[in-house]
Design a protein around this ligand. Structure first.
Ligand SMILES: Nc1ncnc2c1ncn2[C@@H]1O[C@H](COP(=O)(O)OP(=O)(O)OP(=O)(O)O)[C@@H](O)[C@H]1O
Length: 707
């Protein structure tokens, strides 16, 4: 055993000692240090020495960031009943779901908050001016009329202004002043929408008060709250969880008794409410002399999501013991040097084995207009270089010459992956530009925009049926058990045997089969199971069509005035080629090509690849203009100037986020790293070279990889 390996073992032993002593800790180590490995060793230690040895019925909680990470840990840990590995959402729900009476109080308070916000929206929005200008009795009359004409509203909602007005004008009991209210149809729809929402929530409150409804549920499948259906989504779950432990100390005691060992992986990207939740339990344990330990595993330099705690964890959860590790198990010295240069803090990594010293890092720049073609040519050359080099050195495995290309802008990544058109359409939707990355491209389904998620499920369903590899259970879910085989196979044949070129073709086919198929009722079951529709949404072809088109309309035209433009935008989604949509769905699903895979920087968290190509630019989309240019500019300044530039908190946060992104991207490489900067670097060359060493124009002749 080398001295580094012995030192590494000592670090692991120190974690075990903290567990023995119930000292809560934070394990900090850089990229590739073996944090996941250390977490698994820790879980094994606790299972064997604490749970199995004492035959304790208690469990170990292990929280990870994604479902992919859950599966990874479960498979590496092997079968263990004692360790409950899950996402934070699953675990918190499991913990609090039995406290229904308390949850119900939380839910009521949330509904009251939303009603209050609704009231403020109504009072504060210029769109509601016509309503606010009405006298009180007229407002009441308007409200009653709106409630009576609810069906009319939903049937007419998608109509253009003139037919919409016409539909209302034929109503017999309309208020005298209605014409005035309908002068701007968009504003009318806005106000009526808010009034309906308030009414739904008030009805729900009454039903809770009378005891008619007693249960409230977390809905993991959709990405927005449906409070009046007694369902809430991800962020609200964290809110409720925190509120419950803060309000009911008994819940802290139950958690401490059930899960005396609590571990959190990738803590830097955890929501601050989760850290507050854990801290509340920790405080309770200390105050009440209970044995309980929490261990955080992560790296503040890899915090890349805005809602993650990152460095703020120090302020949110104090009193933790720090365990640091400087060894790197993943990369060659050349890559580690770059990563150390980027993070520039107290963690200066060294490779665990000295002979890991044959990697290579090269930085190139090119300022031509056609970025896509330049990057493609660059990758072809990199690939040739790897093939030649590996060919010379003997046996080649596919991973030896496979390139993982990390792209900054979504647009470039989407183009590379063959779904540039899909991305372009979503770019024109109502999704805020900054959120496109998560709401359209996230590989964590719970982060997708609700309508985008529904389209994803629809496409995935098409793909599964087309490929014919899925089981009836995959398609129909639990309802497959009571389903006639003939009907199930009929609908699958009907859906699979018709040519489909666009999303519209696919939706039309579903609508047609919901109308005309002999197996229409089982198609409803497919949509409930696979697209997460409510039963009411698939009751008929018409309802399915209008609920889908409605949600597309909201996605594309939240506030649009111009109805022709709105229709054009809705059509732009429906007309998207099914092949591009399937490329997009494959990306979301993590299905990769063989020779070159393209990822966004964010998508590579926790991964490692032998050969990495990073495509860099000054800006990260339109919103983050000059993100990297500014970053490299700051790091080439002297300390005093750096301090001055970063004295503004917002600027500093942006700088740290950029640094973390670059750190995560560069540290994925095991052996070879190539960077191509697709802008003019003359003003930031010095900053770039302090991190990556010499920069060269591309293309150049000499590209030799050292042995
Ligand atoms: N003690 C060990 N013995 C053998 N291999 C190890 C050990 N620890 C880690 N590794 C290997 O080193 C690599 C990096 O480890 P791991 O993925 O756990 O790092 P990490 O700290 O979670 O990285 P990152 O923060 O970059 O995601 C992996 O291939 C892992 O299997």
């Amino acid at each position: 055993m080398t001295s580094n390996e012995i030192a590494e073992l000592d670090i692991q032993k120190s974690i075990h000692k903290h567990i023995d002593d119930f000292n809560s800790f934070r394990f900090n180590a850089g990229a590739g240090a073996g944090k996941t490995y250390a977490l698994i060793e820790t879980l094994k230690y606790v299972t064997i020495n604490k749970i199995a040895a004492t035959k304790s019925p208690q469990k170990v909680a292990c929280i990870t960031y994604t479902n992919v990470a859950v599966n990874e840990i479960k498979s590496r840990l092997g079968n263990s009943d004692a360790v409950k590995v899950s996402t934070i959402h699953e675990r918190i729900w499991k913990i609090i779901k039995r406290a229904q009476p308390q949850l119900l109080i939380c839910h009521k308070e949330k509904i009251e908050e939303v009603i209050e916000k609704n009231k403020q929206d109504l009072l504060g929005s210029p769109k509601a001016q016509f309503f606010n200008d009405l006298e009180q009795p007229e407002q009441q009359e308007f409200l009653e009329f709106a409630i009576q004409t609810k069906d009319l509203f939903y049937q007419s909602k998608k109509l253009n202004a003139a037919p919409f007005r016409h539909a209302y004008n034929t109503e017999i009991n309309k208020p005298e002043f209605l014409d005035n209210c309908l002068r701007n149809v968009r504003n009318f729809k806005f106000v009526v929408g808010l009034l309906y929402k308030k009414q739904r929530l008030k009805v729900c409150l009454e039903r809770i008060d009378t005891g008619e409804i007693k249960r409230v549920e977390y809905d993991s499948k959709v990405n927005s709250d449906r409070l009046h259906y007694m369902k809430f989504s991800h962020d609200t779950l964290l809110e409720y969880g925190l509120k419950l432990v803060e309000t009911y100390p008994t819940l802290c005691r139950i958690i401490i008794d059930s899960y005396p060992y609590f571990f959190i992986d990738e803590y830097q990207d955890t929501h601050s409410n989760v850290v507050k939740f854990v801290k509340t339990i920790h405080d309770y344990a200390i105050e009440n002399n209970k044995d309980w330990v929490v261990g955080y595993f992560g790296d503040t330099a890899q915090s890349i999501y805005d809602d993650g705690v990152g460095r703020k964890i120090e302020g949110l959860h104090d009193g933790l013991v720090n365990v640091d590790k400087i060894f790197n198990r993943r990369s060659h010295q050349q890559i580690i040097d770059v990563a150390n240069n980027i993070r520039a803090d107290q963690i200066v990594q060294v490779p665990i084995f000295e002979e890991r010293n044959t990697g290579s890092v090269r930085f190139y720049y090119n300022n031509s207009e056609d970025k896509l073609t330049t990057a493609q040519q660059f990758l072809v050359e990199y690939k040739n270089e790897l093939v030649t080099h590996n060919g010379e050195s003997g046996d080649i495995s596919p991973e030896d010459t496979k390139i993982h290309c990390l792209v900054l802008t979504n647009k470039l990544m989407a183009n590379f992956n063959g779904f540039g058109d899909v991305y372009e359409v979503f770019q024109k939707s109502a999704i805020y530009y900054d959120n496109l990355n998560t709401q359209v491209l996230s590989q964590q389904l719970e982060k997708l925009h609700p309508t985008v998620l529904a389209i994803f499920h629809l496409i995935k369903l098409y793909q599964d049926i087309l490929q014919g590899k899925v089981s009836y259970y995959d398609v129909f879910g639990t309802s497959s058990r009571n389903m006639a085989f003939s009907k199930a196979s009929l609908i699958i044949r009907e859906l699979g045997n018709t040519e489909v070129a666009s999303l519209k073709n696919w939706v039309d086919l579903i609508i047609d089969r919901l109308d005309n198929s002999n197996a229409k009722e089982v198609l409803g079951k497919v949509l409930i199971n696979r697209v997460n529709h409510f039963e009411g949404d698939v009751i008929s072809a018409d309802v399915f069509r209008s609920s889908l088109l409605d949600s597309i309309n909201i996605l594309m035209n939240e506030d649009s005035e111009d109805e022709d433009k709105a229709k054009e935008k809705n059509d732009s989604i429906l007309e998207l080629p099914i092949t591009s949509l399937m490329n997009w769905a494959n990306f979301i699903y993590g299905i990769e090509a063989d020779d070159i895979s393209y990822h966004t920087y964010h998508g590579t968290k926790g991964e490692e690849y032998k050969n990495v190509a990073i495509i860099l630019e000054h800006s990260f989309g339109k919103i983050n203009k000059d993100k990297f240019k500014n970053y490299f500019n700051v790091i080439q300044q002297n300390e005093e100037e750096k301090k001055r530039l970063l004295s503004d908190r917002e600027v500093e946060e942006k700088h740290i986020n950029t640094q973390n992104l670059l750190y995560v991207a560069s540290s994925r490489a095991i052996k070879n790293l190539r960077v191509l900067y697709l802008d003019d670097i003359s003003e930031i060359k010095e900053g770039i070279e302090t991190i990556f060493g010499e920069s060269k124009p591309w293309p150049i002749e000499d590209n030799h990889i050292p042995e």
